[in-house]
Design a protein around this ligand. Structure first.
Ligand SMILES: Nc1ncnc2c1ncn2[C@@H]1O[C@H](COP(=O)(O)OP(=O)(O)O)[C@@H](O)[C@H]1O
Ligand SMILES: [Mg+2]
Length: 299
C-alpha cells in the first residue's frame, strides 16, 4: 500500500473567469488527519470535490488511494466516505432505514447499530430524518459516510452552524474515526477546529496554499512578534530607551522577537530612570490573528 493516501500536484480549476484553484500541491499520508483551513471562497470545497471525483474540467495531477478519482470505479468509491457541505437525504426515512439502505451499497459495511451509537444517535435511531436537529443531521451525514467502512473520509465543513456542544461532539467523533486508523481530510473555516483535530493544517486563501504545517508550527509564527505597549506622560524620557519603538500619541509600542530579553531591558531602564511604564502590556497575536494575517495579508 502506498504511503500517501492523496497526492495533488499543481491543481488548477476555473469557473469561467473565476479562478477557484490556482496551482495547489499537497500530499496526505495514510492515517493522517489534515484540515484545509480558509475563509469562504478559498477553494476548499472545489479541492475536496475534485478529490471525491465530483468535479471535472481541472488540470494538474491528482491521486487518491492510488487512483485517478475520475477513473476510479465501484472499488475505488467503496474505499472513500464523503460528507458534503450540503447534503440531502430522504426526510421520510428513519435513521436506521437510511443506513440500512446505504449499507447495501457496500460489500463490507459496518454494523449499523454500532455506527449509530458512535455518532451519538442511538436515541434517534427510529426517528424520521425530518425531525432531526441540524447537529443531528450532520451526525447522520457522518454515519452515512462511514457505514461502508471506508479508508479515507472527506468532511467538508462538518461543524459549520453548530452550537459549541454539538461541535465538541463532532470533534470527538472525528478523533474516534482517526483512532480507528482512517485517513481524514476535512475543511473548516474555524482555526480552533483545525488545531484541535489535525496532524497537519493546510491554510488556503484565494485558490492558493498560503501556509502548511502542524497546528503548533502554524501558530508558532506568533512567537516571533509579540507587541509590547505602554504609555508615557513625558516622551522625552524615550531618548535613551533600550528598544526601537513607535509612538502614537502617548502610546509607545514595539515588536519583540524575544520579549523576555526586551522586557528585562525595558523595565531595567525604567527603574534606573524612575520612569512609570503605565499600562505595560505584552500581546501575542492569537491563532486567529495569525490566520487572518495569512489569509488576508497575502503570502
Ligand atoms: N459552481 C460554481 N460556479 C461558479 N463559481 C464557483 C462555483 N463553485 C465555486 N465557485 C467559486 O470558486 C471559488 C472557490 O469556491 P469554493 O471552493 O466553494 O470555496 P470554499 O469552499 O473555500 O468556500 C469561489 O470564488 C467561488 O465563488
Ligand atoms: Mg466550501
Amino acid at each position: 500500500m502506498p504511503e500517501n493516501a492523496i497526492v495533488v500536484e499543481d491543481l488548477r480549476k476555473s469557473y469561467g473567469d473565476v479562478v477557484a484553484l490556482d496551482g495547489v500541491s499537497f500530499e496526505i499520508k495514510q492515517g493522517e488527519v489534515v484540515s484545509i483551513l480558509g475563509p469562504n471562497g478559498a477553494g476548499k470545497t472545489t479541492t475536496v470535490e475534485i478529490l471525491e471525483g465530483y468535479l471535472k474540467g481541472w488540470s494538474g495531477k491528482v491521486d487518491v488511494l492510488g487512483d485517478d478519482p475520475l477513473q476510479g470505479g465501484v472499488k475505488h468509491r467503496e474505499r472513500i466516505g464523503i460528507v458534503l457541505q450540503e447534503s440531502g437525504v430522504e426526510p421520510y426515512m428513519t435513521v436506521t432505514e437510511i443506513l440500512e439502505q446505504r449499507s447495501r451499497w457496500y460489500r463490507e459495511p459496518l454494523d449499523i447499530k454500532n455506527v449509530i451509537e458512535e455518532v451519538g444517535l442511538t436515541e434517534k435511531s427510529d426517528a424520521l430524518i425530518k425531525t432531526l436537529s441540524g447537529g443531528q443531521r450532520r451526525r447522520l451525514d457522518v454515519a452515512l459516510a462511514v457505514v461502508g467502512n471506508p479508508e479515507l473520509i472527506f468532511l467538508d465543513e462538518p461543524t459549520t452552524g453548530f452550537d459549541p456542544s454539538a461541535r465538541r461532539h463532532s470533534w470527538e467523533l472525528v478523533k474516534a474515526l482517526s483512532k480507528s486508523g482512517k485517513t481524514i481530510l476535512l475543511t473548516t473555516h474555524y482555526m480552533d477546529e483545525a488545531q484541535a483535530l489535525s496532524d497537519r493544517v493546510i491554510v488556503m486563501a484565494k485558490g492558493q496554499i498560503v501556509a502548511e504545517g502542524s497546528p503548533s508550527e502554524i501558530g508558532g509564527r506568533q512567537e516571533s512578534d509579540a507587541t509590547v505597549t505602554f504609555t508615557l506622560s513625558d516622551l522625552t524620557h524615550l531618548d535613551k530607551a533600550p528598544v526601537k519603538y513607535e509612538i502614537s500619541g502617548n502610546k509607545v509600542s514595539f515588536k519583540s522577537s524575544d520579549s523576555v530579553r526586551d522586557l528585562h531591558a525595558l523595565t531595567g531602564w525604567a527603574l534606573d530612570h524612575k520612569i512609570d511604564l503605565a499600562g505595560l502590556e505584552v500581546k501575542r497575536p492569537t491563532l486567529e490573528d495569525v490566520y487572518i494575517h495569512l489569509t488576508e495579508g497575502g503570502k
